[in-house]
Design a protein around this ligand. Structure first.
Ligand code: SF4
Ligand code: SF4
Length: 370
């Protein structure tokens, strides 16, 4: 195995600490078995990770599930252990990330996260939370998660919300953003639910177009003057344009930049592929399997339509997990994704042109940092 691939992969790592979840979201593609990463495997993962870190590196460790906070105590131990091991290497920086559904958050864990600079993102579907994201007992979760959101915002006012849109509740997008803003949230990321459990038809897409027009108006209104509201899909499209990045730099690199380590120590290129046959790229025992990695990379071919498209450097058409979830192929882009990308870029550009013409200071400094 070439050392460079292993080294590159091991600067950013995600530990899948459990497959189990306390939620039962209607679009979720995971199996939720009672499978947990053992402490032994977790420590071995951190040791392997630490061995690849050199002086001056920026390292990142994420914890993923299922619901990662079902392994709260293990996460705390691993954070402490990682800090001891990695921060003793001169000039290294180490950050942690967890995306949680929020139900198991408490003051103690939030204080721990603050002390250890853990970035906590909250998955919350806004006004669609109750019909889409029930707990394992089928009970609604919005009220309970809203309380956790308030708890989180007190310590982390910049908390990012990760919202997933179910096609049956598209007409709640703008209302959800209003709700989040009323709670004090300043950043919302949004993706469309995909996979075999959801169906996007023409009617749902028409509703999506109408909602996104409302989102554009809210984005313009909430970024007036010194106000700040980051709707991440718009922010990203605008930044892609300003920085004139080529397609490669917005590409999902599918295993080349971040490694997922499953509960059993197997390596995967991204969360969507965990446990899927033919997608593992090695293990703790063997390291990164260069042959498997290359074979996966070779399956990625940019579609002809995209190669000719003016929007290709701003579009997520290369996202292997999104493509696979929608079309069953890592390279084939669904018609829905293509239309959604075009729509998002068009609306983001219109909003940006208005905000830049108005010379809104907060927006300009966000888009053109120094
Ligand atoms: S919270 Fe996440 S892992 Fe759990 S059921 Fe929902 S989408 Fe799946
Ligand atoms: S907008 Fe459509 S055609 Fe253009 S790059 Fe994206 S997916 Fe491909």
């Amino acid at each position: 195995m070439e050392k460079s691939s292993q080294e590159k992969l091991m600067k950013r790592i995600t530990l899948v600490v459990t497959h189990q979840c306390n939620f039962d979201c209607r679009y979720c593609l995971q199996k939720h078995e009672d499978v947990y990463m053992t402490k032994e495997t977790a420590i071995k993962t951190i040791d392997t990770f630490a061995a690849g870190i050199s002086e001056g590196d920026k390292a990142q460790i994420s914890f993923y599930g299922g619901e990662p906070l079902l392994q709260k105590e293990l996460i705390k131990e691993l954070v402490n252990y990682s800090c001891e091991k990695i921060l003793s290497i001169p000039n290294t920086k180490l950050t942690f990330e967890i995306t949680t559904n929020g139900l198991l958050l408490d003051e103690d864990f939030i204080a721990f996260a603050k002390k250890n600079k853990i970035l906590l993102a909250l998955s919350h579907d806004g006004l669609a939370q109750d019909p889409v994201r029930t707990d394992r007992g089928g009970n609604m979760t919005k009220e309970r998660v809203d309380q956790k959101l308030q708890m989180l915002l007190k310590t982390f006012p910049e908390t990012i919300i990760m919202m997933t849109v179910h096609p049956d509740y598209v007409d709640r997008i703008a209302g959800s953003l209003k709700f989040f803003r009323s709670q004090g949230v300043k950043s919302v990321s949004m993706v469309l639910a995909h996979g075999e459990r959801v169906t996007w038809d023409d009617e749902a897409f028409e509703k999506l177009e109408k909602e996104m027009l409302k989102v554009e108006a809210l984005y313009e209104q909430w970024n007036a003057g010194n106000d700040v509201f980051r709707f991440i899909p718009f922010d990203n499209k605008i930044k892609n344009y300003i920085r004139q990045r080529d397609a490669d730099s917005v590409m999902c690199h599918f295993g080349c930049h971040k490694l997922m380590v499953d509960t059993n120590g197997k390596y995967y290129p991204c969360s969507h592929f965990i446990g899927r046959d033919g997608f593992d790229i090695g293990s703790l025992e063997e390291g990164v399997n260069e042959e498997k990695l290359e074979s996966l990379e070779s399956k990625r071919v940019e579609p002809e339509d995209c190669r000719e498209c003016d929007l290709r450097f701003r579009c997520r058409h290369t996202c292997a997990c999104s493509n696979h979830g929608q079309t069953g192929s890592v390279s084939e882009v669904s018609a829905l994704q293509c239309e959604y990308e075009k729509l998002t870029i068009r609306l983001a550009d219109r909003a940006a042109s208005l905000l830049l013409n108005e010379s809104n200071p907060a927006f300009i400094s966000r888009m053109y940092p120094n």
